[in-house]
Design a binder for this molecule. Sequence first.
Ligand code: PSU
Length: 306
Amino acid sequence: MTKLQFTFSPAVAEALAAGDPLVALESTIITHGMPFPANLETARAVEDVVRANGAVPATIALIDGDIHVGLDDARLERLARAQGVAKASGRDLAALMVRRGTAGTTVSATMRIAALAGIDIFATGGVGGVHRGAGETFDVSADLTELGQTGTTVVCAGVKSILDIPKTLEYIETQRVPVVAYGSEDFPAFFTRSSGLKADHSLSSPEEIARLMIAHASLGSGTGILIANPIPEADALSPDFIDATIADAVREAEARGISRKEVTPFLLQRINELSQGRSLAANIALVKNNAALAARMAEAHAKLKR
Ligand code: PSU
């Protein structure tokens, strides 16, 4: 088998060689999750947050058929401005590499690439999950099966209620993936600090999570870990407001027959429009909050591994 070659940025290559803390970041949030220029500003700001908290950011994307681990600013800007680029989950990567394609990588693709590159921790906004109506459509994000197979620790703000949150948690349980809420008993719902459902476990420091990662790895299950970090209180949206907005967007998606991998980007964009930018502001705040926690975890984890 030929070994997959990645294109590492100099900063990422150096950190990997030295065993310094690193945080992987996804790029579908740039290509499909936010409008330009907020996507570019956020991508840059999130990298700065990782650096300010003691780790090296490694934004992952597919550019002209090459898998990049760590993007320079010119590539980040190209990705943020690109129109009509692909959204690559893990299963799309090989075909896009052959076609020399350019794509944002989803949580599933990014966690797989991070693991192959030797990066243990990955920060994002929300992971995909079981869609509402999945009993009929079978629409379950590949993020969840990837979590069951790839040993990356993913920091998110829970999942959005565009999804069926109870079914998503059931599916994650079936995949044997530990779910830990950070500093809370509740599993958060992205825009709000609680989904109304309890998380299986709660931890309250980056050091504890780093110890959990080491213990989990020693058990050899091979699964990832999902860390659910609630949005900061000051940035959270009111549950009534966001639930009504999401319900309108979901109805519209159904009426327009939006399906498959178009569903999530459509809903994100419509919710942003319907909320007049309030959902985008919350999204930016929670991604930065996750990046800060992930960097502090990476620092604690790198110390334990030395
Ligand atoms: N949820 C968000 N923002 C996002 C995504 C999900 O709040 O940008 C992106 C992530 O990249 C995630 C992907 O991996 O959407 C899931 O897509 P799907 O539901 O088609 O699997």
